[in-house]
Design a protein around this ligand. Sequence first.
Ligand code: AP5
Ligand code: MG
Length: 199
Amino acid sequence: MKILVFGPPGSGKGTYASRLSAKLGMPHISTGDLVRDEIKNQTEMGKRINDYSSRGLLVPDNVMCQLLQKRIAQPDCKGGFILDGFPRTIPQAQELEKISTTDLVINLQVPDAVVIERLGARLTCRNCGAIYNERFLKPRTPGRCDKCTGQLYQREDDRPSVIQQRLELYRQQTQPLLEHYASKNQIRNITNNQTDVPP
Ligand code: AP5
Ligand code: MG
């Protein structure tokens, strides 16, 4: 099964997809994590895309498609995958259709005010990428990941001015893609305006 998880920044795509991945035994591919790994490892590509990510801009389509193709070609994706954060533009959706089918689109609907509240308190593990929240999903030991004891940090793109930019780009470039998947009858909407993370 090939599942896409859609939603604005901070809607819970990473949280939801990682739980679904554990339940279904399918890999969770976050294109944001792929981007952050390139930056962390200081690859040539990482150096070129750092500026886009930290300013909340979309990484160019050709770079993103290259990263995605490489990841989907790995053997663990043969039986399906959960894609979080891709596609975000029409060219990306067209590219995805060339390399894979899709079965289901989960669309997380969360108001901006809740997004801003969540992202202001998000903590991410520097080592494994696990997601926490200072208010709604606290780690057992402050500042440390429950899974790998890695250091927790606040993402550079979680500054308030950058969050606004990311929300704007989502509305302009990504939201229109939903019409395409609606016409294929593949969308399931999940509205979540709560601030509790379900167990
Ligand atoms: P990416 O990392 O994908 O960022 P995003 O789409 O802005 O989404 P986030 O990761 O910020 O939020 P999320 O929806 O995963 O929410 P989360 O589960 O963390 O992309 C980053 C950057 O990479 C982009 O800006 C761009 O530069 C580049 N990029 C990536 N993909 C690209 C592409 N395809 N094309 C071009 N560029 C690309 O949850 C948020 C917080 O809320 C957490 O603290 C969590 O604990 C909490 N939370 C989650 N669910 C709940 C709940 N139900 N109740 C209460 N709190 C909750
Ligand atoms: Mg995410």
